[in-house]
Design a protein around this ligand. Structure first.
Ligand SMILES: C[S@@+](CC[C@H](N)C(=O)[O-])C[C@H]1O[C@@H](n2cnc3c(N)ncnc32)[C@H](O)[C@@H]1O
Length: 281
């Protein structure tokens, strides 16, 4: 007997696996070459962070699904990690930006760069994006066919820009698209609709594999809304096992602290996001 454990989940060695179990996850990725295009969205994720998540929850060559794909952070991350990917996105604006990135950028030496700057011609960004409501598109996928779902749903309801005029985050909302989850009339219906989508995710996910969700907490009407944990609880109620959370903050792009109610009442500057790790058991 060699005593070596088989690793059915990823291609990491024991040290790399252990490192990634830390619940505190501080990264330092500066904006990449596609950022000027992707930042129109306002809730886009760094491809390098998404690549790290993809590398933990899949083996090389396994398909990654993102039902709320935006301008393609997960799809670009999957390409960096050498995994095929499929994204669903409701808003044609974001789909068009992702397709422009696919047209104009490639991967060379493990980095996304402009096609014309690639000395070797580079590798194409292969992730496929489908436009539409993820609830309908998920229903087209066969049961137990997806090795990993890694996604970043809308952050609850009423997520327009805050009182600070230069705030650019949360531009992702699509007021004209009624199936936009962020248009749900209240938090209860947001969570209810997310559960409906979660049930489809659970159906298509292979047994023993993971749903990973990036969810930011909120501060609304004078109160902290622990959206990450509300979403985790909603996913537990439909059968997922909540395995843990990584508290993520990207130092390189973190915005400055804002003087919310200084010397008056405590108001947090929320500089982290929750990476929820849920398993189909
Ligand atoms: C937080 S953003 C995802 C950002 C993405 N991770 C990226 O890096 O660009 C959530 C996305 O979900 C999309 N969305 C909302 N409701 C949807 C639905 N019913 N079907 C598909 N996409 C939806 C929004 O348009 C938005 O782009």
């Amino acid at each position: 007997m060699t005593g070596k454990l088989q690793n059915p989940l990823n291609d990491l060695d024991g040290r790399e696996w252990l490192y990634w179990t830390d619940t505190l996850y501080i990264t330092t990725y500066p904006p990449d070459a596609t950022h000027p295009l992707r930042k129109q969205h306002g809730a886009m994720k760094p491809p390098e962070v998404m690549a790290e998540i993809v590398r933990f929850f899949t083996k090389k060559g396994e398909l990654v699904l993102d039902p709320f794909a935006g301008v393609g952070g997960t799809l670009l991350g999957a390409a960096l990690a050498g995994r095929p990917s499929l994204g669903f996105e409701l808003d044609p604006r974001w789909v068009a930006i992702y397709r422009a990135i696919q047209r104009d950028f490639v991967i060379e030496n493990g980095v996304i760069c402009r096609r014309e700057e690639a000395v070797t011609g580079g590798e194409p960004l292969t992730g496929e994006m489908r436009e539409g409501d993820c609830l309908c598109l998920l229903k087209e996928l066969p049961a137990e066919s997806i090795p990993a779902v890694i996604t970043d749903p809308p952050y609850g309801i009423n997520h327009g820009a805050t009182g600070f005029s230069k705030e650019t985050n949360f531009n992702m909302l699509s007021p004209l698209l009624e199936n936009d989850l962020g248009q749900a009339p209240d938090l209860a219906s947001f969570l209810g609709r997310l559960q409906e989508i979660g049930q489809e995710i659970r159906r298509v996910l292979m047994p023993g594999r993971y749903l990973v969700m990036l969810v930011g907490d909120r501060y609304q009407q004078g109160e902290y809304v622990p959206l990450g944990f509300l979403v985790a609880q909603a996913m537990r109620e439909i059968g997922f096992k909540f395995k843990g959370v990584k508290i993520w903050s990207n130092k390189a792009t973190r915005r400055h602290l804002k003087p919310y109610a200084v010397k008056s009442v405590f108001v947090p500057n929320i500089t982290h996001q929750n990476i929820l790790i849920l398993r189909k058991e």
